[in-house]
Design a protein around this ligand. Structure first.
Ligand SMILES: CC(C)(COP(=O)(O)OP(=O)(O)OC[C@H]1O[C@@H](n2cnc3c(N)ncnc32)[C@H](O)[C@@H]1OP(=O)(O)O)[C@@H](O)C(=O)NCCC(=O)NCCS
Length: 158
């Protein structure tokens, strides 16, 4: 699996927790702090990958965090910096998670995505993932509004 041109994969995110927390905070309503990310990495089977832009003096461009337990894997979060979107970075990070999940013995991978997050839903669909459940009012925004979570999955051909 080749990185998108101009990008370099880093296996694990432990060396980039500040960057990952800053990006998460810039994108999501309920950001995960460095400490929250550290705690997640202590959970069994949790790992991640980061991607650096070679063009910007090795700038942090995005990361993925996933958990593999038994025959089941889950993507916990995925974030690509706005400056680096639509260049294949998100798809590449997802494929890294797929590979790692399969290597760990997972038979399927799932994730939750906010209803209406079309860029993410299109990305997951382009990778063969399908929606199989909806969690009503799962996300609550700062203004008090709610949104459903769509639960998507991919079964691996073992
Ligand atoms: C969703 C996200 C990770 C996509 O990252 P990305 O690096 O831009 O995605 P890619 O360049 O790999 O795109 C792969 C495919 O996803 C789909 N896609 C990505 N962004 C899209 C958009 N804005 N509109 C429509 N389709 C889009 C397309 O099918 C695209 O393929 P194409 O470029 O050949 O048409 C990124 O937009 C992001 O970080 N968003 C904010 C955080 C987020 O929503 N995370 C997911 C939480 S579940």
């Amino acid at each position: 699996m080749t990185e998108p041109a101009g990008y370099r994969l880093v296996s694990g995110i432990a060396a980039h927790l500040d960057d990952a927390a800053a990006l998460h905070g810039a994108i999501f309503d309920k950001p995960w702090s460095r400490e929250a990310l550290e705690d997640l990495l202590l959970m069994s089977g949790t790992d991640g990958a980061a991607i650096m832009s070679e063009a910007d003096g090795s700038a942090f461009a995005g990361f993925i965090l996933f958990q593999c337990v038994g025959d089941f894997a889950e993507v916990l979060t995925l974030a690509v910096s706005p400056d680096h979107r639509r260049r294949g970075v998100g798809r590449y990070l997802m494929r890294q998670a797929f590979r790692r999940a399969r290597d760990a013995g997972a038979e399927r991978l799932m994730l939750e995505v906010q209803d209406g997050n079309l860029s993410a839903i299109r990305l997951y669909e382009s990778l063969g993932m399908t929606a199989f459940d909806r969690r009503r009012s799962y996300y609550k925004a700062a203004d008090g509004s709610h949104a459903d979570a769509i639960v998507m999955q991919l079964s691996f051909d073992i």
